[in-house]
Design a protein. Sequence first.
Length: 239
Amino acid sequence: MIEATKVMKAFGLRPVLRGIDMTVAHGEFVTLFGPNGAGKTTFLRIVATLSKPTSGVVRVMGLDLAHDAAQVRGLLGIVSHQTLLYGELSAEENLRFYARMYGLQRAAREARIAEVLAMVGLEKRAADYVHTFSRGMQQRLAIARAVLHDPPVLLLDEPYTGLDQDAAATLDTVLRSVATRGRTVLMTTHDIARGLAMADRALILSRGKIGFDERAASLEPVGFAQTYADVTGMASVRS
């Protein structure tokens, strides 16, 4: 579903990605760990067609981003710490706006909006303005926005940023529901316990390269925290 080959990215003379080789299989949930500045967000932006690599090739469902970026965008749902929601609109008004952008058929639009609001537990707040929502509720609505057009690939960039424990636990439930629907998911996070619990595979990005790639089922948080420190030379990650 996602294939990156020798992906490099530099900003001026500063290299950020130094040759990323990665594949993510259909229906797989991959968590990408790494310290700030390692290039996690840069890489996700490239996969999301929001940035271009300096060199290398990225394919999504066999489509080369260099030539088929417009087609690839329709296959992606994107969630980051920026919700991309309009606070002066209600939850359902936000989703109607994005439904039109995604090209959802008018006849099916309202039913789909109701479905994704129920999926994230916000059906009772559908008519409320987003600026009245807590940070956790806004992030749940951002996931509803991202899956509104039923994309096969979901990209999550630090989705837990700014959430308290209760909101993060609710987000766990929502993401598990999304993942079990057969979507391919690539997520970045600093939260080891949550990142491992959600993932099929865990990767560590350090100094612009993949320094670790293992099945998550074989890992436990404390041991992985030590591996993270060994690979990155840093211990500042939540376990």
